[in-house]
Design a protein around this ligand. Structure first.
Ligand code: GLU
Length: 298
């Protein structure tokens, strides 16, 4: 069997908060409990959303929690030539069209229908490059949550590969990198469950075997919203790494014995790697909201 290769892929739009630590820890444990490699990829392809110093803060925070990655860190901002090359390949294969619609125009379209742009002779100037589905994939088997099915009517007929402002979209970069880095399992938060459908369409277009997908429960606010920088989630206090790790394990439904609260991050992570069992993880928060249609801005 080929070696497990996992990854943690934060966007540097702020420092890690408790929710992102839970995802980092769960994906690390999923990898290391299978003697796998755990890669770190900083998804810094959206400069307007990037917070200065966030990448370095993420790296230091992971190290303080003894979550050490393998190989060197990959920065998406250094790989745009690869995204351009793959985008051109998709264009040549007829998977794309140019679009000049605004976000409001697109969201007023009934799901499943394309805007008029494919019929116009637009070129790349001031256009977004959109992926248009050829064969819709409407389900996948999540390694924790089981079979996930999506209704055709709930899916937009397109998604963005390159934005009108010239920036590469998350869906393209993430799939190009997951293929190129040989990721065997994508382990991430359930807030990205819906994105998987778009990503599977891209794996299919690239004729690449998709990885296994596993989506972990996400930490939500009392109002049921995902903890995020937008709702002012507090940055992780790196001075309380042992407590943070124990809290994250308890959230995942795998509490460490109380005595571990006084242990070093290293011994907590070692204990957790030994005891990690995906089947024991609570799947309490599966689909927190239906984000299909809003995913372009990730
Ligand atoms: N960069 C994305 C985020 O921080 C995660 C990408 C992924 O795990 O696929 O939300």
């Amino acid at each position: 069997m080929s070696q497990y290769v996992g990854r943690f892929a934060p966007s540097p739009s702020g420092p890690l908060h408790f929710g992102s630590l839970v995802t980092a820890l769960a994906s690390y444990l999923q990898s290391k409990s299978q003697q796998g490699r755990w890669l770190l990829r900083i998804e810094d392809i959206d400069p307007p959303r990037e917070i200065k110093g966030a990448s370095q803060a993420i790296l230091s925070c992971l190290e303080a929690h003894h979550l050490h990655w393998d190989d060197t860190v990959t920065y998406q901002s250094t790989r745009t030539h690869l995204y351009e090359e793959k985008l051109h390949w998709l264009m040549e294969q007829g998977f794309t069209y140019f679009c000049q619609c605004t976000r409001a125009q697109l969201s007023s379209l009934p799901n499943g229908s394309l805007c008029p742009c494919p019929a116009l002779s637009l070129d790349m100037t001031k256009s977004a490059v959109k992926f248009k589905h050829q064969a819709l994939i409407l389900e996948f088997d999540d390694n924790l949550l089981g079979l996930q099915t999506f209704k055709k009517e709930a899916l937009p007929a397109q998604f963005t590969l390159k934005r009108r402002d010239g920036l590469y979209a998350y869906q393209l970069a993430v799939v190009v990198d997951d293929i190129q880095q040989g990721i065997t399992e994508v382990a991430r938060g359930a807030d990205l469950l819906d994105a998987t459908i778009f990503q599977l369409a891209l794996f299919n277009a690239f004729q690449a075997k998709p990885p296994v997908f596993v989506h972990f429960p996400v930490v939500v606010t009392p109002e049921g919203k995902k903890l995020s920088k937008q709702n002012h989630a507090k940055a992780i206090d790196v001075g309380s790494a042992s407590k943070n790790l124990c809290d994250a394990l308890a959230f995942l439904g795998m509490p460490a014995p109380d005595a571990y609260r006084l242990e070093t991050p290293e011994s907590i992570v070692t204990w957790a790697t030994k005891h990690w069992n995906l089947r024991q993880i609570s799947a309490k928060t599966a689909r927190i909201d239906n984000r299909i249609g809003e995913l372009d801005s990730i």
